[in-house]
Design a protein around this ligand. Structure first.
Ligand code: CP
Ligand code: NVA
Length: 338
C-alpha cells in the first residue's frame, strides 16, 4: 500500500478501500493500546492546530486527546480567537500556520474552504466536518461496525434515514461504496443525495460488489438492514426557519421500533451525535414548545436500547482520529512492543 504520509484527509473519495482499511487497522491497534494503558507518544515534538468555525464536542476532544496521547502539542482556535477568515484569508492563514504546525484540522462551512487551506498549507490538513463531508466520522463508524460484525463488512446493509443529503449521509454513501457495504439513502425526494454523487458511488459500488439504493419508502429501505443510521434533521449552518419543513418531511423517517421491525434481528443503531432523542437540550425543549415533539430523528427507546452503539461510536472518534493523524504524519509501522 502507498504511504499516506503527507496526505491531506479532506474526503473519502480521495482514498482507496485499502487506505481506509489501513486506517481502520491502525485505529483498532491504537484502541487496544489505549485500553491496555500502553503509552504511545509516537509523535513527540510535533504540534497541531485545530480551527473550529462550528461548535463541537466529539471532534475537538478527539483531536485534543489523540494529539496529547501521541505526544504532540495542540492549539485550539475558535473563530473569535484568531484572525482566520475575518482579517486574514484562508490562503495566508494556511501559509502562516504551516510554518508553526505539523498538521491543521479545520471544521467549518463549504468544502472549498478546507480544500483551499490544504492547497496552501504544506502540512497535512484534516477535515473535521464541512457542509458537504464528515470523513473522520466514517473511520469511527466503520470501526464500530467491525466491532459489531467482524473486520470484513462486505455485504452488510447500512440504511441512512432522514436528511440523506447531509455531510454524514454523503460520507456514509462513499465509505460504504468503497468498502463493499450495501447502502440505502432513505428519505423524501428533497432530502435525497445529489445525482452526481449517487452515480459516482454506484461506479465505486460496481468495483466493490455492493449496491447503492435511494428510496422514499421506509419499508423498502429498512428491509434486511444490518445498521440503521440517522443524524439531526437540521445541520449546523442551516437556518432555524427550516425546522418546520424538515419536521414535516422527515418525521416518517424517524428511527423507531417499527423501522427496526423491518431490519435484521441483530441490526444495530448508529448516530454520529449529538442526537435529539428527548427534551433535555435547549434545542429539544424549543422544538417541543414550538411543535410538540419530544423526540425527533430517533426515539428515546431506540437510543437507549441494547441495539444502540452510539457511545462506542463516539469513543471510536478518538481512536479513528489518532489513526488518521498518525497515518498522515508518519509512515513508521506501529512498534510491535506497543
Ligand atoms: N459527531 C460529531 O462530529 O460530533 P461533534 O459535533 O460534537 O464534534
Ligand atoms: N449533520 C450534522 C453532523 C454533526 C456532527 C451537522 O452538520 O450539524
Amino acid at each position: 500500500m502507498a504511504s499516506l504520509q503527507g496526505r491531506d484527509f479532506l474526503k473519502l473519495l480521495d482514498f482507496s478501500a485499502q487506505d481506509i482499511n489501513h486506517m481502520l487497522d491502525l485505529a483498532a491497534a491504537f484502541k487496544a493500546m489505549k485500553h491496555r494503558g500502553v503509552p504511545h507518544r509516537l509523535l513527540e515534538g510535533r504540534n497541531i492546530v485545530l480551527l473550529f468555525e462550528k461548535t463541537s464536542t466529539r471532534t475537538r476532544c478527539s483531536f485534543e486527546v489523540a494529539g496529547y496521547d501521541l505526544g504532540m502539542g495542540v492549539t485550539f482556535l475558535d473563530p473569535a480567537s484568531s484572525q482566520v477568515s475575518k482579517k486574514e484569508s484562508i490562503a495566508d492563514s494556511a501559509r502562516v500556520l504551516s510554518r508553526f504546525y505539523d498538521g491543521i484540522e479545520y471544521r467549518g462551512f463549504g468544502q472549498a474552504i478546507v480544500e483551499e487551506l490544504a492547497e496552501y498549507a504544506d502540512c497535512p490538513v484534516w477535515n473535521g466536518l464541512t457542509d458537504e463531508w464528515h470523513p473522520t466520522q466514517m473511520i469511527a463508524d466503520m470501526l464500530t461496525l467491525r466491532e459489531a460484525f467482524g473486520d470484513d463488512l462486505r455485504g452488510r446493509k447500512l440504511v441512512f434515514m432522514g436528511d440523506a443529503r447531509n455531510n454524514v449521509a454523503n460520507s456514509l454513501m462513499v465509505v460504504c461504496a468503497k468498502l463493499g457495504l450495501d447502502y440505502t439513502a432513505c428519505g423524501p425526494q428533497q432530502n435525497q443525495p445529489e445525482e452526481w454523487l449517487v452515480e459516482r458511488c454506484r461506479e465505486l459500488a460496481r468495483e466493490s460488489g455492493s449496491a447503492i439504493c435511494v428510496t422514499d419508502s421506509v419499508e423498502e429501505g429498512c428491509a434486511g438492514a444490518d445498521v440503521l443510521y440517522t443524524d439531526v434533521w437540521v445541520s449546523m449552518g442551516e437556518p432555524d426557519e427550516v425546522w418546520e419543513q424538515r419536521i414535516g418531511a422527515l418525521s416518517p423517517y424517524q428511527v423507531n421500533d417499527a423501522a427496526f421491525a423491518l431490519a435484521e434481528p441483530d441490526a444495530i443503531f448508529l448516530h454520529c451525535l449529538p442526537a435529539y432523542h428527548d427534551v433535555k437540550t435547549k434545542v429539544g425543549q424549543d422544538i417541543f414548545e414550538r411543535f410538540g415533539l419530544t423526540q425527533m430523528e430517533v426515539t428515546d427507546a431506540v437510543f437507549e436500547s441494547p441495539r444502540s452503539r452510539v457511545f462506542d461510536e463516539a469513543e471510536n472518534r478518538m481512536h479513528a482520529i489518532k489513526a488518521i493523524m498518525y497515518a498522515t504524519l508518519s509512515d513508521a509501522p506501529l512498534p510491535s512492543q506497543v
